[in-house]
Design a protein around this ligand. Structure first.
Ligand SMILES: C[S@@+](CC[C@H](N)C(=O)[O-])C[C@H]1O[C@@H](n2cnc3c(N)ncnc32)[C@H](O)[C@@H]1O
Ligand code: SF4
Length: 458
């Protein structure tokens, strides 16, 4: 595949670097352990002075087995209901600890249960989890309540429980349907079992269904990828997240297992994405921002078209989610101008909350410059465009003047035809979309000080 502005290969060679995925700015490596419990408390107090609707995230880290590509914070143990109880006890303590700094029953418009595998919990444990949050927060009638599930362990009874609890969005991990790929990454699941889960979800009218796919996994070829995408199209989820495999074996040691297998890189890897993208668009999906797809009837497509798409740790969302609280191990919050992350390991997390402490491990208080760059990077990642007039109105600053230095670094992208610097906007071109992470990196003030610790941008 070639673009008007030159062969794809040359662009990939130039721009396939290590770089952040910008689910936050400043990115996690810029946060510091100097930010502690008292900083989080101050942020909660500041929030309470002028409360806004909240988004909540809770992390359930347990999984039955390890998928070798996985970069999430997980605890692997073959199904053991006894694991859930002490963890839920600790979550209850954390919820009490956090909400004592907030006004009574703050309003929630988004609740996301992520993992790990939240459906690792028994049904009565899931009911308890919901009750703990309902006791301390007021859920809006229209609240978006979403959960990540592993379809290999989802039963119809569990889905029924989730429906009763008000869940209206389900995201399930698929990754790939090819048996060789699945075996290599230690995640075997059949199309038939996923079809069954889809049938139950439709029968129970759960709401919007998302499927996660990954390109760049071992043994994936143009042919296997095409088959997987065809199978996913047949299942017709409302949304599809088509992620680039983030391979960082230096930081995630179990990923080293996959180094023994052939994996597409560079141009070959990008072509897996571009071919899959064409298939999905042909099948009626709309491409949303960097790596998401949605049926035109889905809210995500509508939000993208109305320029009301946002980005956070869960990827793209229709909710502004400027005020976010995270609960559980490794959970991240974004509240009153700060990012805050919890302790990652279970034992010290339980220890911390049982002493009545807020289990903070690190965070950052955003400076005015951070907030400006955060907005610009968010616009690029969500809309491939920065409207200079909106910037000027929002920050009372001239975009061209404020980013005078950055424009020097943008020149190669302009020369390569990947972006256009117009009087009114900075516009990422169609061919520049695959390199939007590289373009965002120009606006990242911390990158030069960070050793290479991110996945490849292609
Ligand atoms: C918490 S998991 C999904 C829920 C459930 N545990 C499952 O596996 O079905 C979230 C998603 O992160 C994505 N993911 C995990 N590790 C990744 C990596 N190294 N690169 C790209 N995507 C990754 C996968 O697509 C996965 O479905
Ligand atoms: S992909 Fe899902 S099931 Fe697999 S290890 Fe990661 S969180 Fe667990």
């Amino acid at each position: 595949m070639t673009f008007d502005n030159g062969p794809l290969r040359a662009l990939v060679q130039r721009y396939d670097l290590s770089g952040p995925r910008y689910t936050s700015y400043p990115t996690v490596p810029a946060w510091t352990t100097d930010f502690g419990e008292s900083d989080y408390q101050s942020a909660l107090n500041r929030f309470s002075e002028a409360p806004e609707p909240l988004s909540l995230y809770v992390h359930i880290p347990f999984c039955n087995s390890r998928c070798y590509y996985c970069g999430c914070n997980v605890v692997i143990k073959r199904h053991d209901p006894a694991l859930g109880t002490p963890y839920l006890d600790a979550l209850a303590q954390e919820i009490t600890g956090v909400t004592q700094h907030l006004p009574a029953k703050p309003l929630v418009h988004q609740f996301h249960i992520g993992g790990g595998t939240p459906n690792y919990l028994e049904d009565d444990q899931t009911r308890r989890l919901f009750q703990m949050f309902h006791d301390r927060f007021e859920f809006a009638e229209t609240a978006e309540i979403s959960i990540e599930v592993d379809p290999r362990y989802l039963t119809r009874e569990m889905l029924l429980t989730l429906k009763e609890l008000g869940v209206n969005r389900i995201s399930m991990g698929i990754q790939d349907f090819d048996p060789t790929v699945q075996k290599s990454v230690n995640r075997v699941q059949s199309v038939e079992s996923v079809t069954e889960v889809m049938n139950w979800s439709q029968e129970l009218q759960i709401g919007s269904i998302n499927m996660d796919l990954i390109y760049g996994l071992p043994f994936q070829t143009a042919e296997t990828m095409q088959r997987t995408i065809d199978q996913v199209i047949q299942l017709r989820p409302d949304r599809i997240a088509f992620y680039s495999y983030a391979h960082i074996p230096g930081q995630i040691s179990h990923q080293k297992i996959l180094d023994a297998y052939p994996m597409a890189e560079g141009e070959e890897k990008l072509n897996l994405f571009l071919n899959g993208r064409s298939q999905l668009i042909e099948a009626g999906y709309q491409a949303i921002a960097m790596d998401h797809f949605a049926l035109p009837t889905d809210e995500l497509a509508q939000a993208f078209n109305a320029r009301k798409l946002y980005r956070n740790f869960m990827g793209y969302t229709t909710q502004p989610a400027f005020q976010y609280l995270g609960f559980g191990v490794s959970a991240i919050g974004n509240i009153a101008g700060t990012f805050v992350q919890n302790i990652k390991e279970i034992a010290p997390y339980i220890d911390s909350v049982s002493q009545g402490r807020l289990p903070v491990t690190r965070g950052i208080l955003l400076t005015p410059d951070d907030a400006i760059r955060q907005w610009v990077i968010g616009q690029l990642m969500c809309h491939f465009e920065v409207d200079k007039a909106v910037f000027e109105h929002k920050f009372i600053l001239s975009f061209d003047h404020y980013f005078e230095d950055e424009f020097k670094h943008l020149q190669p992208f302009i020369d390569d035809g990947l972006i256009q610097n117009k009087t009114a906007t900075l516009l990422v071109q169609e061919s520049g979309r695959w390199f939007v992470r590289n373009i965002a990196m120009v606006f990242d003030a911390y990158l030069a000080k960070q050793p290479q610790q991110f996945s490849r941008t292609v």
